[in-house]
Design a protein around this ligand. Structure first.
Ligand SMILES: [Fe+2]
Length: 406
């Protein structure tokens, strides 16, 4: 017989209650500036409606926490198990992703009622579940909260894409101004054997471990991200017309889709963002780049993209790195592979990360749209190289420069 779990402290229950309530409320706050019509839009297969994000994050708690672990939990609507499953094969069939924008029903009010129903059950579980349920459920509760934070960023990137399809250039809202970029400096890392991956204290996703050693050659890395002004110089120098700067797949895609500038740069010189269309700020980090554009820029600049290991080693050991987590996810030259000894989580959560480890590139850092407290140095974001609708930019790296001024 397994040993009985130790009692749950009232402080642990209060902390979990506060964290759950705050993160769930933040999602509603992010959706608040949007009309019901805005929240139903799906502008492309990769982007989901804001309403769907709110329902799907709720489904996650219902399907992975409450259904298996809360005795007597009553489903809000059995059909929602089909509508709001994203990609979990183990949890049954699901509505096709490209057709999420066709779901005018359930309406926004019903989705909010769904959220309230699940919140009541989850908070009741946090307050009253027995020690064994707590022991089995607390990790999945935290995964659900981290999952909701990921969708908070997607809610913003996806509505921005939808608004970018509207010639009125709607503004989502006013955002805090980013601090000005510091002057460019190259920081030196000596290379050698470094420890990579999450050290194990506090939450991490399964793809951040196991922690292991990697061997780095000496390298240099830029203290800040590439700016819009620098990227404009690349464009003016024929960057989008010079195949020698591009990877073959990227060049073909850029021709097919007639790329001439980053995704949200407008023909009149303005740049579209969450604050609407504004004059391009040469000192602001360049955003909404595909991996292909980032790699072409780096080649033009006589540099390269860092590997994800170089990025993590620099972020954890080098003083003076700016714009790590508050501007843009930073493309790396690393394919999204499992770390040595990687094992997915047990149960349905096994499908969270591992099955996507092919055909994608790793991005490091975090962006202006990442919710507070969600980022860390070992975090591995990932997207296909053609993705342009995220808050993605680049930080340059290069080999040590012999005799060059630092
Ligand atoms: Fe999800």
């Amino acid at each position: 017989m397994p040993a009985a779990s130790s009692p749950v402290s009232p402080a642990a229950r209060q902390q979990a209650h506060a964290r759950y309530a705050a993160i769930r409320a933040h999602t509603l706050a992010l959706a608040a500036p949007l009309s019901a019509e805005d929240q139903a839009l799906q502008s492309m297969p990769d982007a989901s409606p804001a309403k769907w994000h709110q329902a799907h994050t709720t489904w996650f708690f219902e399907a992975l926490l409450l259904r298996p672990l809360a005795p007597g939990y009553r489903l809000f609507n059995e059909q929602f198990l089909y509508l709001f499953n994203s990609y979990y094969e183990a949890l049954g069939p699901r509505h096709p992703r490209p057709q999420r924008g066709l779901l005018s029903r359930p309406g926004l009010d019903e989705v909010r009622a769904y959220r309230a129903h699940v919140d009541a059950a989850a908070l009741d579980c946090i307050a009253h579940c027995d020690a064994d349920s707590w022991a089995r459920g607390s990790a999945i509760l935290e995964l659900g909260l981290q999952h909701e934070q990921q969708h908070q960023e997607l809610l913003l990137t996806d509505i921005l894409h939808a608004f970018s399809c509207n010639p009125l250039w709607p503004a989502y809202g006013q955002l805090p101004e980013l601090p000005p970029a510091p002057a460019l400096q190259w920081l030196s890392h000596p290379g050698g054997v470094v420890e990579i991956g999450h050290p194990g204290t506090g939450f991490s996703f399964d793809n951040e471990g196991p922690r292991h050693q990697a061997l780095l050659q000496p390298f240099e890395i830029a203290n800040r991200l590439v700016t819009c002004g620098e990227f404009a110089d690349f464009i003016a120098d024929g960057g989008y017309r010079r195949p020698e700067l591009w990877l073959s797949d990227g060049w073909a895609l850029a021709r097919t889709q007639d790329w001439q500038a980053p995704a949200y740069w407008l023909a009149d010189g303005r740049v579209f963002g969450l604050g609407g269309a504004r004059a391009m700020d040469p000192a602001a980090p360049v955003l909404q780049l595909s991996f292909y554009e980032a790699a072409a820029y780096a080649d033009w600049a006589g540099a390269r993209l860092p590997s994800e290991f170089e990025w993590e080693a620099a972020a954890t050991a080098l003083p003076g790195l700016a714009q790590l987590y508050d501007c843009a996810w930073q493309w790396t030259r690393s394919a999204y592979h499992p770390y040595p000894g990687f094992r997915p989580l047990a149960g349905p959560a096994a499908e969270y990360n591992g099955k996507f480890m092919v055909g994608q590139l790793v991005l490091r850092g975090a962006s202006l749209a990442t919710p507070p407290g969600h980022a860390r140095a070992t975090y591995r974001n990932f997207f296909p190289p053609a993705a342009r609708w995220q808050f993605s930019g680049l930080r340059l790296a290069r080999e040590p420069q012999q005799g060059a001024p630092r």
